[in-house]
Every structure is written in structure tokens, then in C-alpha cells.
Design a protein around this ligand. Structure first.
Ligand code: F6P
Length: 342
């Protein structure tokens, strides 16, 4: 078989580990051939490809980002997008596609499967918000980066008796904020899943100062105050209809400074959470998902996404995985609340 591989959406550490595993097993065990499509769905849409063999995947396991490039291209928003993809796959002699992506990239894969394209999906995202899989690779790395930042911020916050508000990514899911906040001993953690009361947050901050410790407040970029709105970077929508979030940290720091009379500053971790080398957990998860994906392709098990359930790598229908976002259950959030303000 000749198999196309693409990576779409926001990049994350571990993408190269998947590509490597797919190619290494595909060539060594099944004697398949590969072609790399560049920049997500833009690759098959515009026929942009590059060679992808054993030589091309040597040494990429620890590298962040993706050797194939990525984009947020939505072929369903482009005239004759699906026909163009089908034509380019045929022109390049590609029998099947492995699409590595999050809800948007895999949403496209789901629809293309329904339209007869041979496709298998691999879930990735630092946000950990895909259904049908317990974890996505990229998440553990992002959490570790955020945790390390929080550890460092504790010491400087103490020295200056300041509140430090740390804004983390995650879009509409609070997984990064919850895990990084718990691991880093944050004073308060605020998630998109539950609107927060600024007065209550200010109360937690005051209490922390009374204990002679400076507070660290972790806020997810999608968190919202009670009766307030999500803070947007601007009003633009991407081709999947997503807004660009960002700014809640600054807004909150200003509120906390005004309410407590203590200086409050903001740190926005941004794309640092997505860059650099993957953790061991993410490398292993990405590798195992890649191995399962090439098995699924070899068996012609189309329309599936490989997933981690408990410690097993299984296959689930793409449609099931992309049906709804996996957000933080409120009872999981409640576990963290015992640490707030103390
Ligand atoms: O989905 C991953 C993610 O990093 C989100 O956490 C964040 O909201 C978004 O992508 C940022 O996207 P971009 O890099 O396109 O601004």
C-alpha cells in the first residue's frame, strides 16, 4: 500500500514520534510505502507532499513540532475541496491516509471517511479534550511545562508579596489548568467548566497572604467570571469557527489588585506549552498510537481512531471520538477545591 500521513491543527510534542512509529513499522513489518502531506489538509488539497521513508524519520523521536508542518485548513470550507483531495490522492497513488490531529482535523477525517476516503485517525492535542481516549499525547508535556513555570513563580511571588496569575491554554477544556495547578500547588484554579466569582477568588488570595504565602492563581484561557464573558484575543474566527482566546489572566490580575490592594501580575504561558521535546509519557503514548494506526491501515479498518483506554491502545469509530468535547467533570474539579485559599 502507499499511505499518506498528515498532521493538522495546533502542533504538539509527540507528532514526530507518531510519524516515526507509523513509518518504521509500516516499512519493516508490512513493506508499505509512505508519502508525507504538508501542512495538514492543505497538503492533499493542493497536492503538497514530501518523501517519507526510514531515512526521513531517523532522529525525530525527541523533536517537538512536526516534520510535516501543520495548518488549520478546512477542505469543507473550500470550493470542490473534497473532490480535489480525492483527485490528488489518486494522482499520487495513495491508497489510504493517516490523519493525526485534534477535533477539527479528525472531524474532517470523519466526513471524508463517510465520503469513501480510506482514513485512520490518531488523536493529538495539548488540550486533552478529545472524547473516546483517556489521554492525548502533548498534554503531559504541556502540563509539565506549566508545572515547572508555576514552581518558579512561587519563589518570585513570595519574594515580592505579589499575586501571580498564570494563564494557560486548553481552549474550552480545563485539563491543563487543573493538572498543572494541582501539580504546582496553585492557590486557586479556574476552569472554563465552571464560572468563577471574582470576590471569592479575591477572598482566597487574601487568605493566602494572611498565611504569609504569596498566591499563585492558575486560570485557563477559556475561564469566565460569573455573569461575564470569555475574553477573546480578537473577534476573528478560524476556518473551523474557533475564536482566539486570551486575556483573562490580565483582566483577573487587575481585578484582584483592585480588590485586595496587593500587587498582582500576569504570566501568559502561551505557545511555550506546545513547543520543545515531548515527555517520556508522551513519546511512549505517541509511539503506541502510531503502531496501532499502521496496524489498522494494514487491516483496512477504515474510519477508526486509535485511542488510549486505561493502559490499552484500542480502536474506536472516528464519529464517536469527534462527537463531543471531553471537558473536566465537576467532581474532578471539586477534588482540587480543598486546596483553594489555604
Ligand atoms: O488546541 C491547542 C491550542 O494550543 C489551544 O490550547 C489554544 O487555544 C489554541 O490551540 C491556540 O491556537 P493558535 O496557535 O492557532 O493560536
Amino acid at each position: 500500500m502507499r499511505i499518506g500521513v498528515l498532521t493538522g491543527g495546533g502542533d504538539c510534542p509527540g507528532l514526530n514520534a507518531v510519524i516515526r512509529a507509523v513509518v518504521r513499522k509500516g516499512v519493516a513489518t508490512y513493506s508499505h510505502e509512505f508519502v508525507g502531506f504538508r501542512d495538514g489538509w492543505k497538503g492533499p488539497l493542493e497536492g503538497l507532499s514530501r518523501p517519507l521513508g526510514i531515512a526521513e524519520v531517523r532522529g525525530i523521536l525527541p523533536r517537538g513540532g512536526t516534520i510535516l508542518g501543520s495548518s488549520r485548513t478546512n477542505p469543507f470550507k473550500i470550493e470542490n475541496g473534497v473532490e480535489r483531495i480525492k483527485e490528488n490522492l489518486a494522482a499520487q497513488g495513495v491508497d489510504a491516509l493517516i490523519a493525526i490531529g485534534g477535533e477539527d482535523t479528525l472531524g474532517v477525517a470523519t466526513k471524508l471517511h463517510e465520503l469513501g476516503v480510506h482514513v485512520v485517525g490518531v488523536p493529538k492535542t495539548i488540550d486533552n479534550d478529545l472524547g473516546a481516549t483517556d489521554y492525548t499525547f502533548g498534554f503531559d508535556t504541556a502540563v509539565n511545562i506549566a508545572m515547572e513555570a508555576i514552581d518558579r513563580l512561587h519563589t518570585t511571588a513570595e519574594s515580592h508579596h505579589r499575586t501571580l496569575v498564570v494563564e494557560v491554554m486548553g481552549r474550552h477544556a480545563g485539563w491543563i489548568a487543573l493538572h498543572a495547578g494541582l501539580a504546582g500547588g496553585a492557590n486557586v484554579i479556574l476552569l472554563p467548566e465552571r464560572q468563577f466569582d471574582v470576590e471569592q477568588v479575591a477572598g482566597y488570595v487574601e487568605k493566602r497572604f494572611q498565611h504569609q504565602y504569596a498566591p499563585i492563581v492558575v486560570v485557563a484561557e477559556g475561564a469566565q467570571p460569573l455573569d461575564g464573558q470569555m475574553v477573546l484575543h480578537n473577534q476573528e474566527l478560524d476556518s473551523f469557527g474557533h475564536v482566539r482566546l486570551g486575556g483573562i489572566g490580565q483582566w483577573l490580575a487587575e481585578q484582584l489588585e483592585a480588590k485586595t490592594g496587593k500587587e498582582a501580575r500576569t504570566v501568559v504561558l502561551g505557545h511555550i506549552q506546545r513547543g520543545g521535546t515531548p515527555t517520556a509519557f508522551d513519546r511512549v503514548l505517541a509511539t503506541r498510537l502510531g503502531l496501532q494506526a499502521i496496524d489498522a491501515v494494514h487491516e483496512g479498518d477504515w474510519g477508526k481512531m486509535v485511542a488510549m483506554q486505561s493502559t490499552d491502545i484500542v480502536r474506536v469509530p472516528l464519529a464517536e471520538a469527534t462527537r463531543e468535547l471531553k471537558t473536566v467533570p465537576l467532581e474532578r474539579y471539586a477534588e482540587a477545591e480543598v486546596f483553594f485559599g489555604s
